[in-house]
Design a protein around this ligand. Structure first.
Ligand code: NDP
Ligand code: ZN
Length: 371
């Protein structure tokens, strides 16, 4: 069977095979009145997919496959760009033929207070683009696939100025950093922002902070990314491998945004005093389930600072981010890989080793799937 009955994608059926997803056919979710089918053109590779495939965010051995609910397959992928090929009867936000982007969220109730106040990413009924059960038990399947099906709210219009492989990483990684940067610095005069972890999210956070008018410090574990970070627009570079890296930084930042995928090198007791009074350390990095923050209460005390988090971003913010990228002419630094079993495996394996500068986008979906 072919589309619309069946989609094709790269799936695992056991977390130990996280690095070698295989081409599989699978049934999409039931087509709802506000659903959109996207014929995928390309898809970024986000570190969240490694955690999900390896089942590293839970102690439930079945969670990544959600085999309690549906088929024992998992197709990841949530920085999708593609063409709308079908729309439900109540869809008004896009039409067949449009180029759209889809990030890590595929559905929400759209009725609750959060959904109605531009915070649909925090909806209690939010459903992720992959690995998340719908109320009927169907487990969402992501964008390393011929097609992906999602609620129209999460299919974002893309400005014509940005090529698909460069706009793909903005759908999850870019949006995830844009939302807390904007919410924490807007209205401030000459804000100073520190970005920790110069990977996929971190490198976009540097460019986004600059575009929003901040003075930016890039914070990395060593010096290997220094020249790149400065080219991305960072005003300062801090290597935490230096013994006294925080000397003179007390009372400096309006926001510290943590984009690191592990807390193992994070010294919160040294970082928090670098914040101005009542300002925020926001962590978007989501490490292995067994990793913790280690911090002394006195590290918050002298500036009354806060530790917080942030999840994805809203549709409104996604659209605003892409407009900002056009206006300020910044683009994610992307290495493309042709989609196929070997290509998906190469992308996941190299990202796992930190061998990426700074985001992979899988491309060539039309050639591979014959779409
Ligand atoms: P990348 O692997 O591209 O980048 C992560 C960066 O973290 C690395 O470049 C490195 O920066 C730093 N890092 C890596 N390993 C370690 C370590 N052992 N100790 C300390 N720092 C380390 O990942 P992504 O940018 O794709 O994702 C980053 C995190 O954000 C992930 O945890 C991901 O799951 C999460 N995420 C969260 C979302 C949300 O809504 N909150 C949405 C999307 C992703 P450097 O070399 O400069 O030190
Ligand atoms: Zn992501």
């Amino acid at each position: 069977m072919t589309y619309p009955e069946q989609f094709q994608g790269f799936a695992i059926s056991d977390p130990k095979d996280w690095a070698t997803p295989k081409l599989t056919s699978f049934q999409p979710k039931n087509f709802g009145p506000r659903d959109v089918d996207i014929e995928v053109e390309c898809c970024g590779i986000c570190a969240s997919e490694l955690f999900a495939l390896k089942n590293d965010w839970t102690h439930d051995p079945l969670a990544c496959l959600s085999s309690k609910y549906g088929p024992k397959t998992q197709v990841v992928g949530h920085e999708v760009v593609g063409k709308v090929v079908a729309v439900g009867s109540d869809v008004s936000l896009c039409k067949v033929g449009d180029r759209v982007g889809l990030g890590a969220q595929a559905s929400a109730c759209m009725q609750c207070g959060r959904c109605q106040s531009g915070n649909e990413q925090y909806c209690a009924q939010s459903i992720g683009t992959y690995c998340d059960p719908y109320p009927d038990g169907y487990v969402s399947q992501g964008g390393y696939a011929s097609h992906v099906r999602a609620h129209e709210q999460f299919c974002f219009p893309i400005p014509p100025e940005i090529p698909s492989e460069l706009v793909a990483p903005l759908q999850c990684g870019g949006l995830t950093v844009f939302s807390p940067i904007k919410r924490n610095i807007q209205g401030k005069k000459n804000p100073r922002v520190a970005i920790i972890g110069i990977g996929g999210l971190g490198h976009m956070a540097i460019m986004i902070s600059k575009a929003l008018g901040a003075e930016v410090s890039a914070v990395s574990r060593g010096y290997s990314k220094r020249d790149d970070a400065l080219k991305m627009g960072a005003d300062h570079f801090i290597a935490t491998s230096e013994p006294n890296w925080n000397a003179g930084l007390d009372d400096t930042f309006d926001l510290i945004l943590n984009c690191a995928s592990s807390t193992s090198s994070l010294d919160l007791n040294a970082l928090l005093p670098c914040l101005k009074v009542n300002c925020n350390f926001v962590s978007v990095g989501l490490p292995h389930i067994d990793e913790d923050f280690k911090v002394k209460p006195f590290s918050f005390f002298h500036n009354g600072c806060n530790i917080g988090s942030s999840k994805l971003g809203s549709r409104e913010e996604a659209i605003e981010l892409m407009e900002l990228a056009v206006k300020h002419n910044f683009r994610p630094w992307v290495e493309t890989i042709k989609v196929c079993e070997a290509g998906v495996s190469e992308g996941l394996t190299r990202l796992d080793k930190g061998d990426v500068r700074y985001r992979f986008t899988l491309t060539g979906f039309h050639d591979f799937f014959g779409t």
